[in-house]
Ligand binder design. Structure first.
Ligand SMILES: *Cc1c(COP(=O)(O)O)cnc(C)c1O
Length: 383
C-alpha cells in the first residue's frame, strides 16, 4: 500500500466537522411549513447541538425562525453579544442566576418556581425595567416547571407582579415526555388546564408552547402558538424508530470527516487495537482514522459502526481509542490522505448520526452534540 497522500483530499484538514448552514436554513423552513400557522423557536442550546450556536442561529433566522431557545442564560448572552436581536428564551437556571443580566439584555426567562419568579421580579426592579417571563408548568416530565399543585399560586403571584409592572407573562409552556400517545394526550390536557387557570388569574400569554421536534411533527394538537425545534433543524430525526431524515424532508447539517493517517497490510491472525478484541481472518488492509473518543467518537461503537471510505461502507475493527481507530478495507485500494466520512448525509453513501447512535446504544442527538473541541468546525453555505 502506498504512503503517498492522494491529491483530491490533500487540501482537507486532518479532521473536521463540516456544518452546512444551507441545510439548517432549509430544514427550519421545511419544518415551519409543516407546523404553520404555529411559529418556530429554534433551539440552539449546547452550542447548537455541537454545530455552533451563532452561525446556526443566523441560519435559523434566515429560515424563518421567530424565536431562539437555549438552556442557560450564558448561552443567551453569547447570542446577544454576537448582535443577534431576535427574541430569546432561556429556561434552565443556576440557583444564584443573575436575572438582571437577562432583563438588561432583553432575554426572556423561563420560570419554573415561585421563588424563581420572585427573583426575576426583584432583578427587574433593580434594573428598573420589566422582565419578560414564560411560566413553565410540569405536566408530567418531572424535570423543572412549576409543580401542578403550586400552579394556582404561581399564576396569582405572576398576575400581581404583572399589575405592578415588574414582569410580563409573555409565555406559558411545558415539555412532553414523548412516552406514548395516551401519555402525551394526558400532558396536553394538563397543559390546557394550566392555561385555563392562567387565564382565570388574568394572564394573557402571547405564546403557548409545548412541542419539541417530535411533537411538532407527529402531534399537530401539541403545536399551540409556537413549537421549539431542536434536533430536526440539524437534520437528525427525533424518533429513534428508524425514520430517516429524508423521510421527514430534512437533510443532515453536520458531516464528520477526517483523512486516513496510515494504511497497513496485515496477515491473518494479526490482532488489532487495544486488547486485540478483533483479529484478521484473512490477509487484509487497515486504514487508520484520526478521530477517537476524545473527539466524541463513542468507544461503545467499537466493532459496530461503519464509515464511508473509498466509495464504500467499511467496518470499524477493534477498539476505538482516544485519538484514532481502524477500519478494514480488504483488498481495496486506500492511500494515506484519503477522505473518510464517519457520518453525514446518507444520500452521499455515508452513515447517518442516527446509525452511529444505534451502534453506540444512544441517540443521534448525543452523537452530534458530543463532537469535541479538537475537531474544527468548517462552515459551508449561509448568507
Ligand atoms: C432541547 C429542548 C427542546 C428541543 O428538543 P428537540 O427534540 O431537539 O427538538 C425543546 N424544548 C426544551 C425545553 C428543550 O430542553
Amino acid at each position: 500500500m502506498s504512503e503517498t497522500p492522494s491529491t483530491d483530499a490533500a487540501s482537507r484538514p486532518f479532521r473536521e466537522a463540516v456544518i452546512d448552514l444551507d441545510a439548517v436554513r432549509e430544514n427550519v423552513a421545511a419544518l415551519i411549513a409543516q407546523v404553520a400557522p404555529a411559529r418556530a423557536m429554534v433551539v440552539v442550546k449546547a452550542d447548537a447541538y455541537g454545530h455552533g450556536a451563532v452561525p446556526v442561529a443566523r441560519a435559523a433566522l434566515a429560515g424563518g425562525a421567530s424565536w431562539l431557545g437555549v438552556a442557560d442564560l450564558d448561552e443567551a448572552i453569547a447570542l446577544r453579544d454576537a448582535r443577534i436581536d431576535a427574541p430569546i428564551l432561556a429556561w434552565l437556571h443556576d440557583p444564584d442566576a443573575d436575572f438582571a443580566r437577562a432583563v438588561r439584555r432583553n432575554v426572556d426567562v423561563g420560570v419554573s418556581s415561585i421563588p424563581q419568579l420572585r427573583a426575576v421580579a426583584e432583578a427587574a426592579a433593580s434594573v428598573g425595567e420589566r422582565a419578560e417571563v414564560h411560566l413553565k408548568i410540569d405536566t408530567g416530565l418531572s424535570r423543572n416547571g412549576v409543580a401542578p399543585d403550586e400552579w394556582q399560586e404561581a399564576v396569582r403571584a405572576a398576575a400581581e407582579l404583572e399589575a405592578q409592572g415588574r414582569v410580563r407573562v409573555r409565555g406559558v409552556f411545558s415539555h412532553l415526555a414523548n412516552t406514548s400517545p395516551d401519555e402525551d394526550a394526558a400532558q396536553l390536557a394538563a397543559f390546557d388546564a394550566a392555561l385555563a387557570a392562567a387565564s382565570d388569574a388574568g394572564l394573557a400569554p402571547e405564546v403557548r408552547h409545548v412541542a419539541s421536534t417530535a411533537g411538532a411533527l407527529r402531534r399537530p394538537e401539541s403545536r399551540y402558538d409556537l413549537v421549539r425545534l431542536g434536533i430536526g433543524c440539524y437534520g437528525v430525526p427525533p424518533f429513534g424508530d428508524g425514520t430517516t431524515a429524508a423521510e421527514l424532508g430534512l437533510r443532515p447539517a453536520m458531516t464528520l470527516r477526517g483523512r486516513v493517517a496510515a494504511v497497513r497490510r496485515i496477515a491473518p491472525g494479526t490482532g488489532v487495537s487495544y486488547g486485540h478484541v478483533w483479529r484478521a481472518d484473512r490477509p487484509t488492509t487497515l486504514a487508520l482514522v484520526p478521530l477517537g473518543y476524545a473527539d466524541g467518537v463513542p468507544r461503545q461503537a467499537s466493532g459496530r459502526a461503519e464509515v464511508w471510505l473509498a466509495g464504500a461502507r467499511r467496518p470499524i475493527v477493534g477498539r476505538i481509542a482516544m485519538d484514532q481507530f481502524l477500519v478494514e478495507v480488504g483488498d481495496d485500494a486506500v492511500v494515506v490522505g484519503d477522505e473518510v466520512v464517519l457520518f453525514g448525509d446518507p444520500a452521499t453513501g455515508a452513515p447517518s448520526a442516527d446509525e452511529w447512535g444505534d451502534a453506540a446504544d444512544t441517540i443521534g442527538y448525543e452523537i452530534v452534540t458530543r463532537i469535541g473541541p479538537r475537531v474544527p468546525r468548517t462552515y459551508v453555505g449561509g448568507a
